[in-house]
Design a protein around this ligand. Structure first.
Ligand code: PMP
Length: 425
């Protein structure tokens, strides 16, 4: 079998045209477990979704076969200003020229911590890592160090990274002991939170909650004001530390904090994804009373203090503010959401479009097997619009009106194709 071109020879010696993506998948399958792994593994998506990419610009990405997509996944969140953003890349390039990994951080660590504590209302200090898991792990450890307690309460099916305490029951390679201090409640359900608190007894360290309910394979729910207030008051009553896992919504909903609009402030907030527009950086910010405990935990990593991603984060936050990025994403997302509702109706499909407009999602009614979701998102991908069948989508600040109009013209054609295959609802 030839591996370096667009031609694959089958076992009987005939030539078959193959894509660069297929060729790379075949090579990867020999040297990477499963050929790919993790949340960007395209194996769980129909074949029309590529696995390998070469570039991105604004709200568009290019796969290894030269197909362009209007990108509504934004690398599953990190790209908040647009791919290859000039201000961010210039800041990274300047910092990189000075050195990528020195014996200590650059001035940018202090500047970024000052910026985050100025922007995020409850934050009085900031610590950094590389991935969201670093931030959620650090946050839990600080809560335990501060309270002297062990138990952590999280919503069932919520994702908080790959810390073993937060992985679902039955996860391969995770022991019951790893998860022994984790207790579950249902999102937006204070009775179930009360039951979890009762189970924790006097050993409760933290309640960790995402600002919206955004688990996979289901519509998105905003937190109800009663739930947010109820979580806060129960933490106050029990001494549990409230950490908002803002890794997916942070810097898309509200720079001051994603529950700020509900008037609720946590004790800790975890960020990664959009913090540095795609550059590897996570942050944990916290309230004053946790400063001392935060200084006591073991928290470090070989690459955690590299300056270029911190320069990227400063440029990202400053640009988001200067260009009113969150409001622009919200306006474009609203137009996209309404456009999809109108199109679905005109093609005779019953859909539910949910989520904040910056992180929208659409599902089909009576589609438990997700057959329609897979078929429609495949039709979209074939027409150059990258959406996901069962994970929430993301907008970035480069999704301007012409891009949304362009995307909607293609999604309309995808609905028409779906009707041919499935008929209307
Ligand atoms: N929490 C939430 C809510 C997330 O969405 C993610 C990433 N999908 C994480 C934690 C983990 O972040 P990272 O992938 O940067 O480790």
């Amino acid at each position: 079998m030839e591996e370096n071109g667009a031609v694959r020879r089958t076992d009987d010696g005939t030539a078959a045209v193959t894509s660069v993506d297929e060729t790379l998948r075949a090579r990867a399958s020999r040297v990477v477990p499963g050929g790919m792994y993790g949340h960007l593994n395209a194996a769980e998506l129909p074949r029309v979704f590529p696995q390998f990419y070469v570039s991105g610009e604004g709200c568009r990405i290019l796969d290894v076969d030269g197909n362009e997509y209007i990108d509504f996944m934004c690398s599953w969140g990190p790209i908040v200003l647009g791919h290859n953003h000039p201000a961010v890349e210039a800041a990274v390039a300047a910092e990189t020229l000075r050195g990528v990994c020195l014996n200590g951080p650059g001035e940018v660590l202090v500047e970024l911590a000052e910026l985050l504590t100025a922007e995020v209302t409850h934050a009085e200090w900031a610590m950094f890592g590389k991935n969201g898991t670093d931030a959620t792990n650090m946050g839990l450890r600080i809560a335990r160090a501060a309270t002297g307690h062990s138990k952590v309460l999280i919503a069932r099916r919520a994702y908080h990274g790959i810390g073993t305490w937060s992985l679902p029951p039955g996860s391969d390679g995770v022991t019951e002991a790893d998860r022994a201090d984790t207790i579950y409640f249902e999102y937006n359900d204070l009775d179930s939170l009360d039951a979890a608190i009762a189970e924790a007894g006097d050993d409760i360290a933290a309640v960790i909650v995402t600002p919206i309910r955004h688990e996979v394979h289901r519509d998105l729910d905003l937190a109800t004001p009663e739930f947010a207030a109820g979580v806060r008051s129960r933490c106050d009553a029990t001494g549990a530390q409230l950490m908002i896992d803002d890794i997916r919504c942070g810097f898309r909903m509200d720079l001051a904090g994603s529950w700020e609009g509900l008037g609720i402030r946590p004790d800790l907030t975890a960020y990664s994804k959009a913090l540095a527009n795609g550059h590897p950086l996570a942050a944990l910010v916290g309230s004053e009373h946790l400063r001392e405990a935060a200084g006591r935990i073991t928290a470090t990593g070989s690459f955690w203090f590299a300056a270029p991603p911190m320069a990227a984060a400063i440029a990202t936050i400053q640009t988001l503010k200067a260009e009113d990025g969150i409001a622009r994403m919200a306006a474009s997302g609203l137009k996209f959401q309404q456009g999809l509702r109108d199109q679905a109706k005109s093609h005779g499909f019953e859909v539910s479009v949910t989520g904040p407009p910056q992180l929208p999602f659409m599902s089909f009614a009576a589609d438990a097997s997700e057959e329609k979701a897979f078929a429609w998102t495949s039709e979209c991908a074939a027409r150059g619009v990258y959406l996901h069948p069962f994970h929430n989508w993301f907008l970035n600040a480069a999704h301007d009106e012409p891009a949304i109009d362009d995307a909607l013209a293609r999604t309309d054609a995808a609905f028409a194709a779906l009707r041919t295959g499935f008929g209307s609802d």
